[in-house]
Every structure is written in C-alpha cells, then in structure tokens.
Design a protein around this ligand. Structure first.
Ligand code: PMP
Length: 752
C-alpha cells in the first residue's frame, strides 16, 4: 500500500517564481501567457494563468515530493469521468506538446487545466435547497462515472482518508481543550465500534473523496459548473466520499438547518445512486470521523507550526460545531436526516397512542399482548424484540413478505414516475391484458377497471351489475364480507351491527354441510321481490372465508348461478380474498369451484401489500355503467401499483406457486388430521386456505396459544369457531410442519 502520510511534517512551501512557471508552460504546453494569481492549496502551488490568446488556465505545480503515478492517476480519472458522463463539469488536464498529461520541469510535475468559470469556496450555509440537492447528485454522478475506473496507484492514502484514522487518532493529544479532545476520541471510538467491522463489506471504488465546496464551482444562479482537484482521489467506500462532501455542506449550518441540508443532500445523492441501509447508518459515524480527522490534523499542525496550519484552521469552527451537533442529536433527528429507520417505539406507549389517535372504530389489535412487528421475509415475521413468527395468517403478501422483486418494482417505478391513468403508460395496460388473458376465455371477461382496495372493487362491481341489469337488489351469503364502503357494508352481513338490515340486500345460507342446496337463495329472492327488489347481483367468495371456510361441490355453484341468472342477476366472483393462487392449481378460486362469473373482483394479494385492486367484466356491462357515469380513481392502476401487480403475477409463475400452494395445503391438512386429534372436528378448505373446526376447545385460545408457539393464525365464522390458516404461498415444508405441530400442541393445552 502506498502511504503518503509524511506530509504531516514535510514543509512543502517552496514555490516556483512566476517567470519559471511561464517558461515551463510555454515550453511544454506550447502556451504563451502570464501568471496572474496564486490560489490556496494545501500541498501544491496553484496559479491562475492568462494565455495570450485570451483564455484563462489553471497551472498546478505539484509539490517536490509528489509521485508521478499519483499525478497520472488524477489526470486519467478526470478524462475517464468525462468519458462516462460528459455533462459533468470536470476540470480536464491539457496535453503537453508531447501528448502527455503533465510535464516534468525543475524537478516538479506541472499540469495545465482549463480554467472553469464560477465561484469556489461558497459558504455552505448560503446554498439554496436546490443547490444542496444538486451537490448531492453531483457527488453521486461523479462516483458513478468513476465506478469502473482502475489505476494501480489508487490505493494511496492521505491523512484525510478515513482509512488513516488510526494514525490521526494517535495525535489527539495535540488538542488542548479536554472536552474537545473527548468529543474527537468518542467520534473515533464510535466509528471503531459501529462501523469499522462493516467497512470492508461496503461498496468501495475509486472516488474523488474530497468533493467539498472548495473543489466545486458555482455559477451566478447557484448551479454547479465546475469540479476540480482530484488530489485526494482514492479507492474507498462511497460512504467516505459522501462524508467528505457532507462535512463541507454542513460546516456552517446549525440545528435544523444542518439536518435539513444533510437530508436534501442525500435526496440528491440517492436520486442517482440509492444507498444501502447499512451505508445510511454508517454515514453518521463516517462523517464524525472525517470531522474528527479535520480538527485533529489542524491541532497537530498548529503544534508543528507548519506553513499551511492556518489554511487548515479555517475549517475548524465548522468541523467542531458539526461534531458537537452530531453527538448531541437525538436518534430520531439523525434517522430523519440520514434516512434510516426511526427508533423502535415502546410497545405499551404505542398502544396508548394508537387508541388516542384512532379511537374505537378501527378494528382492535389482534392479540391481548399486541404483536409489534418490524420486518418480514417469505412466511417469516420478526418483531421488535427479535422474535420470529411463522405467518400462517396473512394472505396479502401472497409471494412472501418483502419479496425483493416486488419491492424493487415498486421502488424503481416510484423513482421514475407515479401518475394516473389519464396519461398513457404501458404498465397498467400490460397488466390489464394479462388479467384478461388469465380469465377462462369462454367467460368473455374482456374489460378491466382498476381501484385501490377490495372494497372499492366490490363497490364498482355492484355499480356495474346495477347499471347492466337495471335491478336494485343484492344476494349474499349469511355471514359474508365484501367491503367497508357504504355500498359494500350493505353487502356484508358480517358487519351488520345493532340489527341493521339493508332493504335491498337479502342473505341466503352459506353452503354448510355435505349436501348444501340453493333453496335458501330462492327464498331470499322471494323476500327481495316482496320488498320490490329484483336482484342485480349475486356475490360469491368461492372459499366462503368469513362464513367459516366452506367447500361446496361444483354442482352447488352451478345451481346457485343458474338460480341467480334466472332472476336476472349478474354473478360476481369476489376473488379479493381467494384470488392469486390461494386455493392452489388455479390463479382464481372460482375456476376450481365451478363458478362462471359475469364479473370478477380482485384485491388484497394483487400487489403483495401495495394497494391495487381491479374489476374484470364484460364490455357490454361496463358500457352500461359508462352510460351513467365516467369512471376515474386517482391512484388506481397507476404505474407503481401496476408494476407491483405485474411482478406478483411473474413471481407466482416463476416460483411455481400455484402447484406449491396445492402441495403445501395438502401437506398441512394431512399433518393436522394425521393424529386423529379429538379436538379437531374437521379440516376444510382448498390450497393454502384452511379452516379447522374445533371440538371442545376454544379457537381463540388455540389462536393465542399458537402465537406463543411462534405461529400466527386467525379465527373466522359467525361465532369465530373456526381456525383460519392462510400463510403466504411461499411457505416452506418445514414451516408447514411447524404450523401443524404448534396448532396441535395448542389444541392439547387448551382442551376442555
Ligand atoms: N371482499 C372480500 C372477500 C374480502 O375478504 C375483503 C377483505 N377482507 C374485501 C372484499 C375488502 O377488501 P379491502 O379490505 O381491501 O377493502
């Protein structure tokens, strides 16, 4: 490794006279001109040079000890970055008359750069928000432009680099003030504890490593128009590169202004290069170390009385101030600025806050001892105390919690565009085409409308059926749930509280028992007629989830829909709960159930958690609605929602989840019935939606007992008398076996 840390003590003050520089530039670069001005530089002699043709140049005379390979590195990287991203205003070295990027004269390495217009060393506190963001984006663009660059000298280390911290940390004794010394030592040791172990695993490459406001030029509108000085360039982490810039952007800011500037800078950076969660967290400590190095070097150089000590001291006040502010900031302040997860709230306090702010209309928390979750993966959930659960309850994350492909699709599309369907965009159209193609062709379901929730989908299905039939009544099973809007609450007897019964809705008995028939529905039709309503729609969730999870034979559905159609009703398959492969083998539960719907509603699992829902119907029926109203819902089917739903379909296909759901469902059922456990009266359902009817055991006690065993299940049915099991379709064999074992164990414990 090429260490170049001797510059702490070397006095590099010798400068060349202007006349010498002018002669060198003429001889080696063929440029005739005069030195106008000297610029500030830590190690080198940098001058402004006017050529006779009227152009201004910057001539950089490296210090006497400069290595040729380092100068070569800096020249090559500038041209490399320019080649990758020509829009980056990088200061480029001019060639010599011999075609080299530097000349060797008087024992010095001399380079000539175009002089970039603009103001340098602007006070960070005066930057507009837009410039702070642009600054972040520029740091990211430059790093992206040098991502593929390699040079054997790029492993050089300067004292400024985070990698040199041990050497600098050994000199903190030069800091007079004891409290300041302690602050700096804390910064070094905090980094050592929290970040150093992760450092080698972070993204690293050749980066500028010193893109401070001293090395940026701004035009009169405050836009970045120049990037100079690759003198600190090295191979290190992206985090180190960002920290160097943040140290500069924040150096004269305090309080809210500081943290706001950090957040805006990172917005700009991540608009080009997203950060990994570890990088965001490491950034605070890396920034603190960068600042600690700054003030320590300044103190030790003052002690040494070196020529550039004053130059270094110019950064002191800002660095000290930022160091203190970082130390004193609350976790949540840092989390907001650096964009990482806020602190985990205390569970008890959160319960109280939940109640205070939501009131009692919102459904209560699921367990007496609430589940306070942090993350998920596949069919696994993790709570804030690090406890793992197998999720055997949630049907929404159908392809698994936090599926990377779906999460990436959402994030990628959100980074690009999120608008509405009044603008032309392919994702919603492609999705609609795929949904149409997924329906049995003979049904003629050719038209798609998007919504944001299952309730809205059922609501719209109701409007379509009403418009298409001109009728006013609805038929639903006796404990159905179809949604939360006014129209769909009316379709949801499960939610009819306090004896309320809507006039236009009638219920019929859900198909319980071995030979259910449809006479109950015929009766319901008669009751509706007596109140002056012809049915517009029959709503069926083919898995009867809220009715207790039922599996009538195909002939039941054939009879049911015939009876409905005889009285002019449309048949609506509500696939919000049971769609997207839940029942195994087929994407849609109505296929295996023998129902041939006129309208299909989709929701919950459609975006694996991202809100997206749809209605699929026949064109003529949708046109009947169109004659009454124009349909548009702002978010519905927007590019992000559609991207999520497209990926869900892809993953179901690529991971073979329809077959997997069927196999896992069969495995779970056989595990549950294998022992002939007396508490298990019946296991019903299809695919990975199973209902377990218990005997002599409280389902709620089993549900809560299973949770203590690390398995999440629910209860359903009019009396909550049935265990509801519906894990994400990616559940594994081992997890299925564990689910069965935990449920059986809980049934043993809570028997009688
Ligand atoms: N229909 C059925 C069959 C459902 O299970 C649900 C939700 N449980 C809905 C409609 C309503 O969906 P959402 O909660 O997304 O509005």
């Amino acid at each position: 490794m090429s260490h170049r840390t001797d510059d702490l003590v070397a006095d590099l003050a010798t400068t060349l006279p202007s006349a010498t520089i002018e002669a060198i530039v003429l001889q080696h670069f063929g440029i005739h001109g005069v030195v106008r001005d000297q610029l500030n530089s830590e190690r080198d002699q940098v001058v402004v040079f006017d050529d006779v043709a009227g152009s201004t140049r910057v001539v950089k005379v490296s210090h006497a000890a400069e290595r040729l390979d380092f100068v070569d590195l800096e020249s090559r990287v500038a041209w490399w970055a320019h080649g990758v991203d020509p829009g980056l205003p990088v200061a480029l070295p001019s060639p010599t008359v011999d075609g080299a990027w530097h000349a060797v004269a008087d024992g010095r390495l001399v380079r000539v750069f175009d002089h970039l217009p603009g103001r340098a060393s602007v006070d960070g506190a005066t930057l507009q928000s837009a410039t702070v963001k642009e600054y972040g984006a520029t740091v990211a663009r430059l790093a992206r432009a040098t991502r593929g660059f390699f040079h054997p000298a790029a492993d050089r280390r300067l004292l400024w680099h985070v990698e040199s911290r041990h050497q600098v940390a050994a000199t903190t004794g030069a800091i007079d003030d004891a409290s300041g010394r302690q602050l700096v030592e804390e910064a070094f040791s905090g980094f050592e504890h929290r970040v150093a172990p992760l450092w080698r695993g972070m993204r690293a490459q050749v980066v500028h490593a010193d893109l401070t406001l001293d090395n940026l030029l701004l035009d009169s509108r405050g836009s970045i128009c120049g990037i100079t000085d690759f003198g600190d360039l090295t191979h290190t982490t992206l985090v180190a590169d960002i920290a160097a810039a943040l140290a500069s952007v924040g150096s004269t800011r305090t309080g809210r202004h500081l943290f706001r500037a950090i957040a805006l800078f990172l917005d700009g950076y991540t608009s080009v290069t997203p950060l990994e969660p570890t990088e965001r967290v490491a950034l605070v400590d890396a920034l603190a170390v960068r600042l600690a190095i700054t003030v320590t070097l300044s103190a030790s150089r003052s002690v040494g009385g070196l020529h550039n000590a004053e130059y270094l001291r110019s950064w002191d006040a800002g660095a000290w101030s930022m160091l203190r502010q970082l130390r004193d900031a609350s976790y949540d302040e840092l989390a907001r600025a650096f964009g990482y997860a806020p602190a985990v709230s205390d569970t008890t306090a959160l319960v109280a806050r939940r109640h205070a702010v939501f009131g009692s209309a919102l459904a209560p928390l699921t367990y007496d001892e609430p589940l306070h979750l942090e993350s998920g993966d596949g069919a696994t959930l993790l709570d804030v105390d690090g406890r793992r659960y197998i999720d055997a309850y949630n049907n929404v994350p159908v392809v698994g919690h936090a599926h990377p492909r779906v999460a990436d699709a959402i994030a990628d599309q959100a980074r690009l565009l999120s608008t509405n369907l009044r603008y032309l965009h392919p994702t919603a159209i492609e999705l609609a085409e795929r949904l149409v193609a997924s329906m049995p062709e003979e049904l003629g379901l050719d038209t798609v409308l998007y919504l944001n929730s299952g309730s809205e989908a059922t609501d719209l299905a109701w409007r379509i059926a009403s418009a298409a039939t001109g009728n006013t009544g609805a038929l639903v099973t006796d404990f159905a749930y179809h949604g939360v809007t006014t129209a769909t609450t009316a379709l949801s007897p499960e939610q009819w509280r306090g004896g309320w019964t809507p006039d236009h809705v009638e219920t019929f008995a859900a198909p319980r028992g071995s030979t259910p028939d449809v006479t109950s529905m015929d009766d319901a039709v008669r009751r509706l007629a007596a109140r002056g309503h012809q049915p517009a729609a029959l709503f069926v969730d083919c898995t009867y989830t809220s009715d207790g999870i039922l599996v009538p034979g195909k002939s039941y559905h054939a009879d049911l829909q015939d009876a409905a159609r005889r009285v002019g009703a449309r048949v609506v398959a509500d696939e919000v709960q049971a769609g997207f492969g839940r029942t195994g083998e087929h994407l849609w539960s109505f296929v295996g159930a023998g129902l041939t719907p006129d309208v299909v509603t989709l929701g919950k699992p459609m975006g694996n958690g991202h809100p997206v829902a749809a209605v699929i119907a026949r064109r003529a029926d949708v046109e009947a609605l169109a004659a009454e109203t124009e349909f548009f819902s702002t978010y519905a089917g927007g590019p992000v929602a559609a991207a999520a739903a497209l990926r869900v379909l892809d993953v179901i296909d690529d991971e073979g989840l329809l077959q997997h759901a069927a196999a896992m469902g069969a495995r779970l059922r056989s595990r549950l019935v294998a022992q002939g456990h007396p508490a298990i009266r019946e296991v019903r359902g299809r695919g990975l939606l199973l209902g377990v009817e218990l005997d002599g055991v409280s389902p709620a006690a089993v549900r809560d007992g299973a949770r203590r065993g690390g398995v999440l299940i629910g209860t359903t049915g009019r009396h909550d008398h049935v265990l509801k099991i519906r894990p994400p379709l990616v559940v594994t064999e081992e997890q299925i076996d564990r689910i069965a074992a935990v449920i059986l164990d809980a049934a043993n414990r809570y028997e009688g």
